[in-house]
Design a protein around this ligand. Sequence first.
Ligand code: ZN
Length: 66
Amino acid sequence: MKTLTCDLCDATEQGETFEQWMEALKPHYAQAHASFMKEQGGKSPEEQKAEMQKWMADNKARFDAA
Ligand SMILES: [Zn+2]
């Protein structure tokens, strides 16, 4: 089990795998970073996909290093 902070604030979530950690982070994102999510929703699907891929790569690296 790894504990990793949110990439936008100091909140921590736990997960056995990166996928589990991401699932655990989702409700936190929806609650604490609603405006950020809303901002993302206003972008084109291509942009959203590219940013999601970058987010996953960045955070997977953080998870693996934790
Ligand atoms: Zn956060």
